[in-house]
Design a protein around this ligand. Sequence first.
Ligand code: FES
Length: 146
Amino acid sequence: MYTEKVLDHFMNPRNVGEIADASGVGTVGNPRCGDIMRVYLDIRDGVVKDAKFKTFGCAAAVATSSMATELVKGKTVSDALAVTNKAVMEALDGLPPVKVHCSLLAEEALQAALWDYAVKNNIVIDGLKEPLPHEQEGEALGIDLQ
Ligand code: FES
C-alpha cells in the first residue's frame, strides 16, 4: 500500500520537534479524521534555515510532514511556497488515493507557518493565501501538541 519512502519517513521521521522562537508556526487539523499537524519554520534573510514538525496522525500524515520539512529547508520563502502536496507526494513516490488528503494537511501546515511569518514581519508573500479559520484551529480538535 505504501512506498518504501513513505514507510521510511514514517518509521524514521526527519525534523520531529519544535523550534523555540520560530519565525513562523502553523497548526492545522483535519476535522474528518482528527489528525493534527504543526510546522515550525526558522527563516533568516528570506531563507528557511530550519523546519520542524509535530504530527498527531496517520502514517501518511507523519511521512508527508517529514518530507515537507525536508523539502523546504534551504529554500527561499517563495520556493518554499511551491512545496505543494503534489511535490511532497512526488518526493515520496506517491500515496494511495485514499491518503492524498493527508498530504494536503502538510501543505496547509506549511502555508499556515509561512502566513504566520508574513504576518509577524508585516510582509506580503506573493501567492500565499490566508489560511482558512479551521486550518488555524488544530487545538480545537482536542489534542494539545505542546
Ligand atoms: Fe487524517 Fe491521514 S487519515 S491525515
